[in-house]
Design a protein around this ligand. Structure first.
Ligand code: SF4
Length: 308
């Protein structure tokens, strides 16, 4: 049954409350993985917008163990909420890109820490071997386990342009196999990739809605210093959207209307560190952006899935 909360969309907090009767917080982990799209296995140079520095919080550094990263994360959050429980979020690079024995060690190290109730594993859709899915399927019987696939767009021409090194068919295959294994599954999208407009975003919203996904998170394309995208943009090789925050809010609303109504939406926006971010520079904290978006959704009585 579709769950739409009072903001007009299926909120990620509501989704988590289906599994936990307590407050849960994700703790980002950098377990020191590499990426097959950087080391030549799938591609070289990585995705044109990628700079992993922009998505690691300060407590999360490869030199310290998973257990220590969790301890530091807990220390950070528990000051405000002593009752908080946690999900270990394997976030940096490709968190399924290692031998099964290594992966098991790292995931289980996280699950052994007190107050950690589950794991979320971010990865690429072309990096989910069957033996790992079998293991995750077993682990799901005793713990909260979710795989978050970097989908970004459903358009192969864009995937090629951004040097993703995988196709939409890889996404369909990975998501379907993950759902069949009984493992929770989310998709990550980027809105505003070069060459895409509203028609592309809506097509992607419809295509991901047809897959057996549980959650989606999206954010605006950000141009980060030192990336290939920054150079391509400076050299005039790509044209990028120069949205204001309010224009981007209208894009989010349109996408929301085309998303399946029971797909939990985790986020709409992301904010890279100011010293790394070239554009867009809206000067809004994520929660300020989301408040503005929620107000507009309420004022216009928008409903997720109304045009799906
Ligand atoms: S798959 Fe992820 S880590 Fe690898 S290059 Fe792309 S964005 Fe970076």
């Amino acid at each position: 049954m579709p769950i739409i909360d009072n903001v007009g969309y299926c909120d990620y907090g509501d989704f988590l409350r289906r599994y936990f009767d307590c407050k849960v917080q994700k703790i980002a982990i950098d377990a020191g993985f590499a990426c097959p799209n950087r080391d030549g296995t799938k591609g070289v140079g990585g995705c044109i917008y990628c700079n992993n520095q922009s998505f690691n919080p300060a407590y999360c550094q490869t030199k310290i163990t998973v257990a220590e990263q969790i301890a530091r994360g807990k220390e950070f959050f528990a000051r405000k909420y002593p009752e908080m429980k946690y999900l270990a979020y394997f976030q940096a690079y490709t968190n399924t890109y290692a031998q099964l024995s290594t992966l098991k060690e790292l995931y289980e190290e996280a699950l052994r820490q007190s107050d950690v109730l589950g794991i979320i594993i971010a990865t690429r859709p072309d990096c989910m071997p069957e033996e790992l899915l079998t293991y995750l399927s077993e682990l799901s019987k005793t713990h909260f386990v979710m795989v978050e696939y970097g989908v970004e767009t459903s358009h192969d021409a864009t995937l090629k342009l951004i040097n993703r090194g995988h196709t939409w068919a890889d996404v369909e295959d990975a998501v379907t196999r993950t759902a069949e294994a009984g493992v929770l599954c989310g998709a990550h999208l980027i809105l505003g990739l070069p060459g895409e407009d509203m028609e592309h975003f809506i097509a992607t919203a419809k295509r991901i809605s047809a897959l057996p996904l549980h959650t989606v998170k999206m954010h605006q394309l950000q141009v980060i210093r030192g990336t290939r995208l920054a150079k391509m943009w400076a050299d005039g090789e790509v044209v990028l959207k120069d949205w204001s925050a309010d224009e981007y809010i209208d894009v989010c609303i349109e996408v929301l209307k085309h998303l399946r109504s029971d797909l939990a939406v985790e986020r709409f926006v992301s904010q890279s560190p100011a010293d790394l971010l070239i554009c867009p520079r809206w000067g809004l904290k994520n929660y300020e952006f989301t408040n503005r978006l929620n107000n507009k959704i309420k004022a216009q009585r928008i409903r997720q899935g109304s045009d799906a």
